[in-house]
Design a protein around this ligand. Structure first.
Ligand SMILES: Nc1ncnc2c1ncn2[C@@H]1O[C@H](COP(=O)(O)OP(=O)(O)OP(=O)(O)O)[C@@H](O)[C@H]1O
Length: 257
């Protein structure tokens, strides 16, 4: 890939994406420096998954552009550049079932390494399995695991080729509190650029200090620190991050301390 002359790893300029006739992302612009960590917040259906998939070059924007390491990423981008991006950016889907297809957990982790002609595959599989606390599952069928175990297998498969950027879509949705704590520690120790979508405001500050917020109209309505966001009631309301009940008339959240 060409050397990056500019001060960002990822840049999104006015990204717009449609599914058939309905808009999923509306004119989104932001940039990410190498090593930065961001949480992506927003209501159900606001476009978080779509944005992560665009960043992983699984979808291409209909308007605007994605720039990764100085390369414009779109349908016309060369196969070599796309291959490089897909090697360097790992994405964990919200539903691990869509990522798992090998007969054993070992094969599942080894798959991406084989595709990339990796040396010492066995050592790497054991190393990553240990990191993800799934060594005891290596001979099992990944399809017959619990939701949280599948999530860890999918994460191990993504971490095995040492990605530079990790995109995690609701990674804690299937995890118990202990495993959520383990994931926070694991991510903390990785030297990586991280974008992580979550609805869980209580753990968002454990992942990152910068937040991007999408509203229900698929606009990016906030790009700043989580600390500042906490005081932005109008933004929090637009993103369904606070609510009120019929019996309780003040806007509030349940899990942000
Ligand atoms: N395959 C699809 N076909 C048509 N519309 C889709 C498809 N996938 C997503 N959408 C629509 O695009 C919009 C953005 O969806 P997306 O999955 O990106 O939202 P999200 O913020 O990740 O939601 P959630 O928090 O519920 O996971 C929604 O209106 C959704 O209904």
């Amino acid at each position: 890939m060409p050397l990056n002359q500019e001060d960002f790893l990822i840049k999104c300029n006015n990204l717009t994406y449609y599914f058939e006739n309905s808009i999923a992302l509306n004119n989104i612009s932001f940039s990410v420096k190498k090593g930065e960590r961001l949480v992506l917040l927003g209501a159900n259906g606001s476009g978080k998954t779509t944005l992560l998939r665009i960043l992983a070059a699984l979808y291409f924007p209909h308007k605007g552009e994605l720039i990764y390491k100085g390369n414009i990423i779109n349908r016309k981008t060369s196969k070599d550049v796309l291959k490089q991006l897909r090697t360097e950016i790992g994405i964990l889907f919200q539903n691990p079932d869509t990522m798992i297809f090998n007969p054993t957990v070992y094969d599942e982790i080894a798959f991406g390494l084989q595709e990339r002609d990796y040396k010492n595959i066995k050592d790497k599989v054991y190393e990553v399995a240990k990191l993800c606390q799934i060594e005891h599952l290596l001979d099992r069928s990944p399809l017959k695991l619990s939701g949280g175990e599948k999530q860890k297998v999918a994460l191990a498969s993504i971490l095995a080729p040492n990605p530079e950027v990790l995109l995690l879509d609701e990674p804690t949705a299937n995890l118990d509190p202990g495993s959520t704590g383990w994931l926070i520690d694991l991510l903390y120790e990785l030297d990586i650029t991280l974008i992580i979508s979550t609805h869980n405001l209580s753990i968002a500050p454990e992942f990152a200090s910068r937040a991007l917020v999408l509203d229900t109209s698929h606009n990016l309505i906030f790009d700043g620190s989580l600390k500042e966001l906490k005081n932005e009631y109008e933004i929090l309301k637009k993103a369904n991050l606070v609510h009120k009940h019929k019996y309780r008339n003040d806007f509030h959240w349940h899990d942000w301390y």
